[in-house]
Design a protein around this ligand. Structure first.
Ligand code: ADP
Ligand code: F6P
Length: 498
């Protein structure tokens, strides 16, 4: 049943709703959880807030009627087939995504994609403007909606506008390649507060404003030319629902399922796990290469060691994603052809989407979690893994190029481009004595539990309320009293208070 209300004090806008509507040929409608870290994080936040979520419901055509799911009010925005091809697959995922991820694959620039991006951002801004109560808080998410802050400010100057970047913000040298770079920066500067995963991302944004817009900047502040407004840009790294996920992982059924998973894999001495969207940013090819070389060298041998790779298909109509899928499937086929035995594959390669309980069981079953992105804004999988390891078992191999590494630097660090180094990190994760691994896991868990998603949201909303001033600590409602946010200053990329 849709909510009876017509306006809300908190409205969030993200490209996707937390669920996709999938209509079968016989007209029956199925509601499926949508993929990705943004949904995982915001879904748990929105369950504690009585707000509305504006986003695409995953099908082309007119927007379905608003509906409620799990206590969240969902307001779909319609996207035509051309919008999906030009705004979502094109400009968002074939222009911005590669530029914001170190140009791992080349970016494509098309003027009609840019037209569609503007058109769809305007549609989102109008949908939000219609739902926001007077003086409401609006929280816009991610690279797909960078024009919404300024468009919304024109429509509704009374609302407070925040934007959060779930992915990296590129250095100005890469960002400057975008033919529409000034419009994108001006779009973001419509917000009161801009949140980023790492300080480096916030700094990149401020530097881009200074160099490309000739804006006056001071530390984390950007003055908006021709107005009296100042916008603050700071790092507030996203996290997971530590308590909720840990509770789930402690359920006897989940723990029993974890034992059952190991059993059905033949109780290997070492179970390695990778869980990723099938994205070239995730370093899946590099991980498989390192694993294959360890098999070739006889340092790992199935069935004692086995790898489970969960790879969720993603953005399948974008060429680079199709190519990647082909390459990965070929590599998995080659490794299995060489090293599997009947009933004991060297790599278990799975395309399925799993319920949270099954993910928690998989995390608990894995001795080594492989998180090897070439670039990743955060990587929530790394934080989910340590959250599920309440037994202090397991080891996390973590790429230095993830946002997560800037908080979880006790993990077994790797540079995925350095295959020899990646192999060493994998071997170290296996061979480190259990006592030392437990100590490491304890430290990782402490960090995630002190900085969970509830605290992230509280810090973000406090920063948005007080922007451009920094919030005073007591303004960070809901944040646990004990831990000192400045304690994070010890990490390699310190978190700006809050
Ligand atoms: P991204 O947002 O780039 O996809 P993250 O690691 O930040 O990467 O978030 C991925 C989220 O999707 C995590 O919450 C993870 O548990 C979830 N996820 C990934 N693959 C699956 C799958 N096959 N089934 C269910 N959930 C998945
Ligand atoms: O985290 C980046 C992101 O693009 C999110 O916006 C989204 O939740 C996730 O990756 C999945 O991507 P898509 O919505 O394109 O399937």
């Amino acid at each position: 049943m849709p909510s009876e209300r017509s306006t809300y004090d908190l409205v969030i806008a993200a490209n996707r709703l937390p669920v996709d509507r999938v209509t079968a040929d016989d007209g029956t409608v199925e509601i499926r959880r949508s993929p990705g870290g943004l949904v995982t994080a915001m879904e748990s936040v929105m369950r504690d807030h009585d707000g509305a979520w504006v986003g695409w419901a995953g099908e082309t055509g007119d927007a379905p009627e608003p509906f409620d799911d799990g206590g969240i009010h969902l307001h779909p925005v319609g996207l035509s087939a051309e919008d999906v091809a030009f705004y979502y697959e094109g400009f968002s995922n074939d222009t911005l995504w590669p530029i914001y991820h170190d140009v791992i694959v080349p970016a494509s620039f098309h003027r009609d994609w840019w037209q569609a991006y503007q058109r769809v951002n305007q549609r989102f801004a109008e949908a939000v403007a219609a739902l926001a109560a007077p003086g409401a808080t609006v929280w816009v998410h991610d690279y797909q909606l960078q024009l919404v802050p300024a468009m919304l400010r024109r429509l509704r100057p009374d609302v407070r506008i925040g934007w959060f970047d779930h992915i990296p913000f590129p250095p100005v040298e890469l960002f400057a390649q975008l033919p529409w770079r000034s419009q994108l920066l001006e779009g973001l500067l419509g917000a009161d507060f801009l949140g980023f995963q790492r300080q480096a991302d916030a700094r990149n944004f401020v530097r881009a404003c200074r160099q490309l817009l000739q804006a006056r900047t001071k530390r984390d502040l950007v003055h908006v030319e021709g107005s009296s407004r100042t916008v603050r840009a700071a790092a507030i790294p996203i996290s997971v629902d530590f308590k909720g996920l840990e509770r789930l992982a402690k359920q006897p059924e989940v723990m029993a399922r974890s034992a059952q998973i190991r059993e059905s894999l033949g109780n290997p001495k070492v179970l390695m796990l990778g869980v990723d969207r099938l994205d070239y940013t995730k370093g899946i090819r590099h991980r498989l290469k390192a694993y294959e070389e360890l098999l070739v060298e006889g340092r790992f041998s199935p069935p004692d060691v086995t790898l489970v790779q969960v790879a969720t298909p993603s953005r399948e109509r974008v060429g680079a994603y199709r190519t990647l899928r082909g390459e990965i499937e070929q590599t998995v086929g080659r490794i299995n052809g060489e090293y599997s035995r009947i009933g004991a594959p060297a790599v278990h390669y799975l395309h399925h989407s799993y319920p949270r309980e099954e993910m928690a069981a998989l995390f608990q079953a894995a001795d080594v979690m492989l998180v090897t992105p070439l670039r990743d804004g955060m990587n929530l999988v790394a934080k989910e893994y340590v959250t599920c390891r309440h037994d202090l078992g397991g080891a996390l191999v973590l790429s230095e190029f993830t946002g997560a590494w800037h908080e979880l630097h006790q993990a077994f660090a790797c540079n995925p481009h350095d295959i020899e180094g990646l192999k060493q990190a994998m071997v170290r994760a296996v061979n480190t004595p259990a006592k030392d691994r437990q100590r490491i896991m304890q430290a990782l868990r402490r960090r995630v539990s002190d900085h969970d998603v509830q605290r992230w949201a509280a810090r973000y909303l406090a920063a948005l309320r007080s922007a451009p001033e920094r919030p005073r600590l007591e303004q960070v409602a809901d944040a646990p009293a004990a831990p000192d946010p400045q304690a994070a200053e010890a990490s390699p990329d310190p978190v700006v208070a809050p």
